[in-house]
Design a binder for this molecule. Structure first.
Ligand code: ZN
Length: 315
């Protein structure tokens, strides 16, 4: 009886040792499940990370990779697509007349971002997201050359521009140089033309678009010596590498009409060119309404002489 029992025990022992170890097997299901789980929940693009020009209808969830032994989902969840479309439809697209004439709140528009107050002369400034990203690159490059770029003005919507315009129109605020238009100028046409030397008519300002900034100082003379001279020369040499161009260059044969020279006003051309092309197509002088003196817009030919009276490189 001992021999069969011994043989049986030996058989049991050998049998157990010859089995493959279960240790690795314990991890196998998890290793298989991990990629499946990862694939089942692909990272969702946020609306903010999408290219800004992407029309809502092209914004979709990424298609999950097919998982072996699991049939692909036949109905991908469309919730994100719907959310983005609905959200963006509440705000004017940058090619609409409403957007071009600045009739929206940049603080709430999904294409805009609030700027870091450290880079601005005043708090609570906004730009289009891609414009701000380009500005930051330019600012960093300038800083390496010991040039400091400070934004003095960014997006101003129609309602802000109306306040600026009407304050000058009514004499509540003097023009640069101290002239009070309420006292000196009765003719509406002349009054408008005097304001237009430096200020835009509400609805016609490039500052509505979120593409244009005023940098460092609002007097041309500042850029003729010292820090201002260095900064301006740096901008002339380098700004275009980051997409920025001076809009209101010196008046002359190349730019016979429009605002006076502004060495501080720069535009992010990749976006503003698209908006300007659309403005040229759809804006009419009669569109400028809703503020004191708006009746003068057709006489002044505001679109031809001011919206389009810019540095030819920016057209
Ligand atoms: Zn400006």
């Amino acid at each position: 009886m001992q021999k069969p029992i011994l043989a049986f025990l030996i058989f049991l022992i050998l049998g157990c040792q010859s089995k493959p170890s279960n240790h690795a097997a314990d991890t196998t299901p998890a290793a298989v499940n991990a990629p499946q789980l990862a694939q089942k929940t692909p990272p969702q693009p946020s609306a903010d990370s999408l290219p800004l020009d992407t029309p809502p209808e092209t914004i979709t969830n990424p298609t999950p990779k097919p998982i072996p032994s699991t049939p692909p989902k036949s109905t991908p969840a469309p919730s994100h697509k719907k959310t983005v479309s609905k959200r963006q439809n509440n705000y004017p697209k940058m090619t609409s007349k409403k957007y071009i004439t600045g009739r929206f709140n940049q603080r709430k528009h999904p294409d805009f971002v609030r700027l870091d107050d450290r880079y601005c002369a005043y708090p609570d400034m906004y730009l289009r997201k891609e414009v701000y990203a380009a500005f930051l690159k330019m600012r960093n490059a300038a800083q390496k050359d010991h040039i400091r770029l400070t934004i003095r003005s960014a997006t101003r919507n129609f309602f802000t521009q109306k306040r600026i315009w009407e304050n000058k129109w009514t004499g509540k605020r003097n023009l640069a140089g101290g002239e009070n238009l309420a006292k000196t100028t009765k003719s509406p046409l002349l009054r408008a033309k005097k304001i237009l030397r430096y200020s835009s008519m509400p609805g016609s300002s490039r500052h509505h678009w979120g593409t244009d900034i005023d940098l460092n100082d609002l007097a041309n003379s500042y850029f003729e010596s010292g820090k201002g001279y260095k900064m301006y020369q740096w901008m002339l040499k380098n700004a275009h590498q980051y997409g920025f161009y001076q809009v209101y260059t010196a008046k002359g044969p190349k730019r016979p009409v429009g605002y006076n020279e502004e060495r501080w006003h720069w535009t992010y051309l990749p976006t503003s060119k698209i908006i300007l092309r659309q403005a040229k197509k759809i804006l009419k002088d009669e569109d400028f309404t809703g503020f004191l003196g708006s009746q003068t817009a057709p006489q002044i030919h505001i679109v031809q002489n001011y919206v389009l009276g810019i540095n030819p490189e920016c057209l």
